[in-house]
Write a protein that binds this ligand. Structure first.
Ligand code: PLP
Length: 452
């Protein structure tokens, strides 16, 4: 028996179409309405408190209610609530934030703003095309991303995303976008194949894919240093080290999608620094503003910047830009967030918490419901299986059941299919980490009982 909907839940189902939600089921169970947040906790409209184990959607790395971010936003709204960067106009918050991004990402020369991660990746692909036109290579336009990669939901970024739900019934992916294998050793390796050998094999397959497509037609490779929404998959040993020479051999641009990994999440400022990826361009969003204001940024290296800037002179204009790209509110809050990350040395904090966080995750590896416990930095996952690497049939029932059990115990974690993802605020204390993990064993047991 489902409970009757509250007044707020009724208003919700009558007014909203929810992202990533089964609207038919939602009408039955109703919304979980969140009212406010403080630190690592959020409170719902029934007054219940939850520890936010996903930092919202991987974005509130500084938790909720940070005074400095709030006061910065207020001050910026009073001083200049809106301005744009079109036609050569500018404002100091945009300039200052770009300078700070360049400081954190050595090798990056110019920053372009938009509001979301999807738009950042959309910009990346347009830049890769513009760049190759400028280089006199109009055929070099194909993009390679990865199965289970997540790069957003707009037409091109959803095409880059390698997940079935993002394509099904949307007539995607569009052409020119191809997907190479997921670097997931546990699922993808041959029996007895080491991580290094698996990486070398994937790099060979990647090389063969480019050869088959024609190197003169392949513009760029895009990858998250650690896959997030595809199930929190850190690459096996030597993966990016093996991919990099293939990119160089075929003159293919490397785009790091740092929308989740950026700003300390893996224990370095950027995930590519931790995972040995060598990008020509970086996408960032989410933790860029601690999730408080929508803002994303694309940074490009000096070679791309030089070619693109020159080409704007030839074309007459750089015909790309968003009304809210570089919004002063987002830039001011982003700038303040970077100051906080620096002052509190958040990457070092993540490195300090990582051993205990990862030890706890892996302590569930022997539970009969857990196929793999994995993660890096303050990112983690428990992939639930009926045994080994087998998948539940149907997929996507057991994971959400576990997430629902955890909710009953005051913990918000996200089920991605049958994988439970962890991405707590990077400001979480050891005591709060205890609270986050406290109900896991019991809820795994309850879920096992329910599933069998
Ligand atoms: N790229 C990555 C790695 C992401 O995780 C996401 C969102 O989760 C996106 C891009 C898309 O960002 P947005 O939802 O802001 O469009």
């Amino acid at each position: 028996m489902t409970k009757p909907l509250t007044n707020m839940q009724t208003r919700d189902v009558e007014a909203l179409l929810h992202p990533y939600t089964n609207a038919v089921m939602h009408r039955e169970v109703g919304a979980h309405v969140i009212e406010r947040g403080e630190g690592v906790y959020v409170y719902d409209d029934q007054g219940r408190r939850f520890i936010e184990g996903m930092a919202g959607l991987w974005c509130c790395g500084l938790g909720f209610g940070d005074r400095e971010l709030i006061e910065t936003a207020q001050a910026q709204l009073e001083k200049l609530p809106y301005y744009h960067l079109f036609g050569g106009r500018s404002h100091e918050p945009a300039i200052e934030l770009a300078e700070k991004i360049k400081d954190l990402a050595p090798g990056m020369a110019r920053v372009f703003y938009q509001s979301s991660g999807s738009e950042a990746n959309e910009t990346q692909i347009k830049l890769a095309w513009y760049y190759n036109n400028a280089m006199g290579r109009p055929e070099k336009k194909k993009i390679i991303s990865r199965v289970k990669g997540y790069h957003g939901v707009s037409i091109v970024s959803a095409s880059l995303t390698g997940l079935p739900y993002n394509h099904k019934s949307f007539d995607l992916p569009v052409d020119r976008i191809h997907h190479t294998a997921t670097p997931h050793h546990w699922r993808g390796a041959e029996p007895g194949e080491s991580e290094a050998d698996f990486s070398a094999r994937l790099a060979r397959e990647f090389d063969e894919m480019i050869e088959a497509e024609g190197p003169d037609t392949v513009a760029a490779f895009i990858a998250e240093p650690v896959m997030g929404a595809g199930g929190v998959i850190a690459p096996p040993e030597g993966y990016f080290e093996a991919i990099t020479p293939v990119l160089a051999k075929h003159d293919v641009l490397c785009i790091a999608d740092e929308v989740i990994c950026g700003f300390g999440r893996t224990g370095e400022w950027f995930g590519h620094q931790r995972l040995g990826m060598k990008p020509n361009a970086i996408s960032m969003a989410k933790q860029l503003t601690g999730g408080y204001v929508p803002l994303s940024a694309v940074a490009i290296d000096a070679q791309m910047a030089e070619v693109i800037e020159r080409h704007t002179g030839e074309v007459g204009i750089f015909g790309h830009g968003f009304t809210y790209g570089g919004h002063p509110l987002g830039c001011a809050v982003g700038s303040a967030a970077i100051d906080i990350y620096r002052r509190r040395d958040i990457p070092a904090r993540v490195r300090a918490l990582e051993p205990e966080f990862q030890r706890r995750l892996r302590s569930y590896a022997d539970h009969p419901l857990v196929g793999e416990a994995r993660g890096i930095g303050l990112l983690g996952a428990l992939e639930l299986t009926p045994g080994g690497t087998a998948m539940f049939d149907p997929v996507g029932k057991v994971g959400p059941y576990l997430a629902m059990r955890l909710l009953e115990h005051g913990v918000i974690l996200r089920a991605i299919g049958d994988t439970l993802a962890f991405c707590p605020p990077m400001t979480i204390s050891e005591d709060e980490l205890d609270q986050l993990f406290a109900p896991i064993e019991r809820c795994l047991d309850e879920t096992l009982h329910w599933a069998t």
